[in-house]
Design a binder for this molecule. Structure first.
Ligand SMILES: NC(=O)c1ccc[n+]([C@@H]2O[C@H](COP(=O)([O-])OP(=O)(O)OC[C@H]3O[C@@H](n4cnc5c(N)ncnc54)[C@H](OP(=O)(O)O)[C@@H]3O)[C@@H](O)[C@H]2O)c1
Length: 332
């Protein structure tokens, strides 16, 4: 049995989703020769550390009842640097101003010889090359499937299943909130403000929706694609971004009459990175509705491959994180 020791840094929706998935799946992993144990968990108020393996059920209950997992004083950085383990799961909030605290957490993990699996876009949208080099210099792996498309396995598909292909172009819808707003505006012919309010009441949009509706979240994801797939050394500032706030019900109606929908499309290829509302034919594979995400990948050998799935959610995002953990377990 190969034992893989993990820390979970950030114990919100994603961190707890990872803990729940490990609880429900570890027996199955054991049957396949892998045992996952969590030796450190950290949230903004404190941490729990147990070298023999934290009781995850207990940690989840404590988080629910007390609002924090903390029963010890170690900081996230102390856990990363000083508690012996193999993989740091970095799931703290995305910050696209300076990438912190995720950036320091990831660099500390690499520099102390630990692999990183993350869902946190901020550090990758700002400092992808620095992070990749730090991982390479320390001989450890850096996996980030969950940063783009939630459950949709874009990087695994391209790097593993489509290995040998040259990717010519990638187009996609990578933000579920804006897709939901545009879908509802089209279906109900409602204006942007009304649908945004509805999305906020349903918990699909944040109280401050700027990050989603101005296209910033989509742009961060496109930068990660540009770096990972096209090796472009791009940062968030290289993306030409237009959001959805100026789209009117009249524009959607006119598109509808001509058998089109309007979607917030991310495009990477030929060195350009664009996020902008686009007219998409109703029967085109990119015309997915609701909160769904989609990525359409044009390659030289396989032609066009399109994948559709849930772009967010605690367990859905944990699916991508688990696949990265298992990749590391099998390849390290
Ligand atoms: N939710 C999704 O569906 C989804 C999908 C894909 C990617 N992501 C990305 O994944 C990351 C986590 O998302 P989430 O939805 O889980 O966010 P969240 O619910 O806000 O959780 C963030 C967690 O990080 C903790 N935290 C904040 N500052 C910290 C610090 N300095 N040290 C240690 N922990 C700290 C928070 O502590 P407290 O609990 O004490 O506040 C919280 O537990 C984000 O970068 C997000 O963009 C999320």
């Amino acid at each position: 049995m190969k034992t893989i020791r993990l820390s979970i840094i950030g114990f919100g929706a994603v961190g707890q989703g990872v803990a729940r998935s490990i609880l429900s799946k570890n027996e199955y992993f054991n049957e396949n020769g892998i045992d996952l144990i969590v030796v450190g968990i950290s949230d903004s108020k404190g941490s729990e550390v147990d070298a023999l393996g934290i009781d995850l059920e207990n940690a989840l209950n404590r988080k629910k009842q007390k609002g924090t997992v903390a029963n010890g004083k170690e900081s996230a950085l102390e856990i990363i640097e000083h508690v012996e383990h193999d993989i740091v799961i970095e799931a703290t909030p995305t910050n696209i101003d300076d990438g912190e605290p995720g950036l320091s957490n990831m660099l500390a993990a690499f520099n102390s010889g630990k692999h990183v699996v993350t869902s946190n876009k901020g550090p990758l949208a700002l400092c992808f090359s620095e992070l990749r080099e730090a991982a390479e210099d320390n001989g450890v792996l850096f996996r980030y499937e969950a940063t783009v498309g939630g459950a949709v396995p874009i990087f695994n598909l391209i790097h593993e299943a489509l290995a040998g292909n040259r990717v010519i172009r990638i187009e996609g819808i990578l933000n579920g909130t804006t897709n939901y707003i545009l879908t509802r505006m089209t279906e109900e012919m409602l204006n942007y403000e009304l649908v945004l309010k509805e999305a906020q009441e349903l918990g699909i949009a944040e109280a401050d929706p700027t990050y989603d509706v101005e296209g910033i979240d989509s742009a961060c994801k496109l930068v990660i694609i540009a770096n990972s797939i096209f090796k472009e050394d791009a940062t968030y500032r290289d993306v030409d971004v237009t959001g959805i706030t100026k789209i009117t019900p009249e524009a959607l109606e006119l598109a509808n009459k001509n058998n089109y929908v309007i979607k917030l499309i991310c495009e990477a290829g030929n060195g350009s990175l664009i996020v902008a509302p686009r007219l998409v034919p109703k029967k085109h594979p990119l015309a997915v509705g609701g909160t769904l995400n989609v990525a359409s990948i044009l390659t030289d050998l396989a032609g066009r491959i399109t994948i559709i799935g849930k772009g967010a959610g605690s367990i859905e995002t944990a699916s991508s994180i688990l696949s990265d953990i298992l990749y590391i377990a099998r390849n390290s």
